[in-house]
Design a protein around this ligand. Structure first.
Ligand code: ADP
Length: 167
């Protein structure tokens, strides 16, 4: 049985141990899912980002903070490659999912919600972004029992469902 599941919804509403944020290298908030997580989590999330990551994070890496007011306990921040700006190394996108699972294991988080990293403002081609998520979350050894891909809109949800059905 695969640990990978999919829902259509808002990642900030997920009842899981940890939610993954598609952050940027500066880690001081941004648009898209990053903005939604900071808004819903409240100022504690930003304060913890500043305290723990004074120099931000590098592309492909992950690190955790409190989740503030979110139902989850932790936010695992990852920095996806910015395809739109010319960062097109797929290994960096795969690394985001792998490193997020590593951090979940360090925390003891067994249920983790993921956005489609780099698939928004960063412009990664959508089917490949979905394939990288599903394949990496299914194949990476980890104690995570549910890796829930949260698709924000119906079209993305359909892509994820189709890819899961093919695996
Ligand atoms: P990136 O900069 O890594 O591309 P974005 O936040 O722009 O990150 O987009 C990543 C994905 O997250 C996109 O598919 C976008 O539609 C989706 N998204 C945006 N807001 C939310 C949210 N609240 N919950 C879940 N997914 C979201």
């Amino acid at each position: 049985m695969s640990r990978v599941t999919a829902v259509r919804g808002d990642i900030t509403r997920q009842q899981v141990d940890a939610v993954v944020n598609a952050a940027n290298r500066g880690m001081r908030g941004g648009g898209g899912v990053d903005g939604a997580i900071h808004r819903a989590g409240g100022p504690e999330v930003l304060a913890d980002c500043i305290a723990r990551f004074p120099h931000g994070l590098t592309t492909g890496d992950a690190g955790w903070t409190t989740a503030g007011d979110l139902p989850a306990r932790w936010v695992i921040h990852v920095v996806g490659p910015n395809h739109a700006a010319g960062e097109r190394d797929r290994a960096l996108l795969i690394s985001c999912y792998r490193r997020a699972l590593d951090v979940a294991d360090e925390l003891g988080a067994t249920t983790v919600a993921f956005p489609l990293i780099s698939a928004g403002i960063y412009g990664w081609p959508l089917d490949d972004a979905v394939d990288a998520a599903v394949t990496t979350l299914a194949e990476t050894p980890s104690s995570v029992t549910e890796a829930r891909i949260v698709a924000f809109d119906e079209a993305m949800f359909t892509r994820v469902e189709r890819r899961l059905a093919a695996s």
